[in-house]
Design a protein around this ligand. Structure first.
Ligand code: SF4
Ligand code: SF4
Length: 113
């Protein structure tokens, strides 16, 4: 498991898995859907990521609020933070993610076994 700061498993993320998928159509659909979720214009070329704790991250996963907070507190992720249960940043991120999970095509683009 490639764990992020927020608790997400990056190995289940479609952006992470797109590099293993040789289907331009899937990349185009992902760019369209993620552009709608993030209300911006993302191109297929921007969809490369080696995970939350790597140097090569998807644009919206670079220096995110949760990452900066974990680094500031010296914890490896939110699960190791004493404030997690009542943290508004943590709670609102997961609410947002669960509301958008389907549109982000989460679990839909997986590395072929
Ligand atoms: S875009 Fe990258 S850092 Fe963000 S959740 Fe997906 S794999 Fe992790
Ligand atoms: S305060 Fe919140 S965002 Fe920061 S590390 Fe703790 S749980 Fe995560």
């Amino acid at each position: 498991m490639l764990q992020s700061y927020c608790g997400q498993n990056c190995e289940q993320c479609p952006v992470y898995n797109l590099k293993y998928i040789d289907k331009p159509k899937t990349g185009g659909l992902l760019a369209k859907n993620w552009s709608a979720v993030f209300k911006t214009k993302l191109t297929r070329k921007e969809f490369y990521c080696e995970g939350c704790k790597s140097q090569n991250r998807f644009v919206f996963c670079r220096d995110c609020e949760i990452e900066l907070c974990c680094i500031d507190k010296g914890v490896k992720n939110c699960a190791s933070c004493a404030k997690q249960k009542d943290c508004p940043t943590y709670i609102s991120f997961w609410e947002w993610f669960n509301n958008n999970k389907q549109n982000l095509m989460w679990d839909k683009v997986q590395k072929p076994s």
